[in-house]
Design a protein around this ligand. Structure first.
Ligand SMILES: NC(=O)c1ccc[n+]([C@@H]2O[C@H](COP(=O)([O-])OP(=O)(O)OC[C@H]3O[C@@H](n4cnc5c(N)ncnc54)[C@H](OP(=O)(O)O)[C@@H]3O)[C@@H](O)[C@H]2O)c1
Length: 260
């Protein structure tokens, strides 16, 4: 039976992925800050015949990450899969963005991933096998205005994953980088939904399709997944024609100025 750790399992993509993996017989260890939601999810998995343990963990807290990772290894025995999914975002201008939140976002989205990967990759290397999944973002490949701090944290995550996919291969560890576009979850609060242009709102994808694609990519030991897949064409356009890409991003994200 396979075993997996999922960070940020209390809602959205992480929660759905937990249910999907549990239904396939994977034994799970779930973490997030909201323990009551993890307890509910573990109960739901247990009632359906699956197995899930959980512990609260703020991934921005280094000591907590290492302590809970140790607990997860003790609980699962061997860890086959780590999904670095915990994260949050905001849409605001850099000039208005509180510097404390910029630091916190980097600590949660990027360093949280570093802490968990550091703890579990060592364990996987000892066993000579494992798979690391990084839930990054399209914003980690193409940065858009009003997402500067978020994009920076996801660019960092993508860079880490890209290097590790080569470095850890010789230890039997595979790395999958997942870059979702806009997915309908609690990630977007009411304010973010209101700020989002109507066309972008209509283009939002449902999390079920993303989770299907993630499970398929895990099975096939793929290295990269962008979802919806068509967005990946943008990476090529950006590499070949950066000026054109910039004007397209600007056009699709900036509201026309009112008045004279
Ligand atoms: N939805 C999208 O459009 C989209 C697009 C690209 C990438 N992503 C990425 O996908 C991942 C999951 O997001 P989602 O869409 O599923 O949003 P979500 O429903 O808000 O889920 C975010 C998860 O991360 C956890 N989390 C947040 N801060 C944490 C912290 N400090 N410590 C531990 N856990 C923390 C939350 O749990 P607690 O609050 O209980 O701690 C929650 O379980 C994020 O990394 C996000 O950046 C999302």
């Amino acid at each position: 039976m396979k075993t997996a750790i999922i960070t940020g399992a209390s809602s959205g993509i992480g929660r759905l992925l937990a249910l999907r993996l549990a239904a396939r017989g994977t034994r799970l260890f779930l973490t997030a800050r909201r323990a009551e939601l993890l307890a509910e999810l573990a109960g739901e998995i247990g009632s359906a015949g699956g197995e899930a343990a959980y512990a609260a963990c703020d991934v921005g807290d280094k000591e907590q990450c290492f302590a809970v990772a140790e607990q997860a290894v003790a609980e699962l025995g061997g860890v086959d899969l780590l999904v670095n999914n915990a994260g949050y975002g905001h849409h605001r201008s850099f000039l208005e963005w509180d510097v404390d939140d910029i630091e916190r976002m980097m600590r949660v989205n990027y360093l949280g991933t570093v802490y968990w990967t550091k703890a579990i990759a060592a364990h996987m290397a000892e066993r000579g096998s494992g798979q690391l999944v990084f839930i990054a973002s399209v914003a980690g490949r193409i940065a858009t205005p009003d997402e500067s701090a978020y994009a920076a944290s996801k660019f960092a995550m993508v860079g880490l994953a890209e290097a590790l996919s080569i470095e850890l291969e010789e230890h039997g560890i595979d790395v999958l980088t997942v870059c979702p576009g806009s997915i309908r979850t609690d990630f977007f609060d009411q304010e973010a939904m209101q700020r989002m242009p109507e066309t972008a709102r209509k283009l939002m994808a449902e999390p079920e399709g993303l989770v299907d694609a993630i499970v398929d990519a895990i099975d096939k030991r793929k290295r990269d997944l962008t979802y919806p897949r068509g967005i990946a064409a943008g990476y090529i356009v950006k590499a070949l024609a950066p000026g054109f890409m910039r004007s397209q991003v600007k056009r699709s994200t900036r509201r026309p100025k009112r008045g004279g």
